[in-house]
Design a protein around this ligand. Sequence first.
Ligand code: PEP
Length: 257
Amino acid sequence: MGKPLVLGNWKMHGTQRSAHALALGVVARAAEFSHVDVGLCPPFVHIPTVAAVVFGSAIRVGAQNVSERGEGAFTGEIAATMLRELGCTYVLVGHSERRQGYAETNAGVVAKYVHAHAAGLCPVLCVGETLAERQTNATETVIESQLEPLVARPDVVALLAHGVIAYEPVWAIGTGETATPAQAQSVHAFIRRRLAAVGPNVAQSVRIVYGGSVKPVNANELFAMPDVDGGLIGGAALKIEDFVAICVSAEQLRRGR
Ligand code: PEP
């Protein structure tokens, strides 16, 4: 297992003031999880505020989305190079709320991945099945189709060696429902096996984090799974105590391994 990674996805929440306070609260506690990579992904407009607060600390800043194109006449879009210039390290690509609400396609998500990587960002590829897909035993087929445009391109597969995949079952996001540790482990292992088929080194080094109602009460058992390398945290990332507790869970398991 690589160094654990815990990312906070703040979604479309907060003001400049609350973003500043939240980032400051996490930075103040950073010594408690010094063996964990931690990133905060605020809304675009709060990135400069958060970047200024985390500057000089081990906490990194990320974005929740990026254009699949380079700079140009694309009204309302944000280029990967712009995020990099603002100091972003991470960027989420293909979050289910974007796949579902903004019709993002598997191919478009991979285009974002490639652009983000080329700009020097660490893209976090989000995958996951809906409840109906799980109930019809289609989970692996869906994950396979989400990974397909990636694994079909050897140049992109190589990028994954230092990359991150977030497994986020759609039915667990923001619902209070969490995948059981066994359910998470099973899908994470599937993703690793799938990547191993195209690049054994990639499968070993890629970090696969779990997202979907991770809270202080369930973080320990999820992070204890052998193929779970950390978490992508939504609601609980908006509360300093909860987010710090989750980071500390990752830290303890890292030390225990
Ligand atoms: C997310 O949106 O990536 C997420 C995991 O949200 P929550 O933790 O609130 O389920």
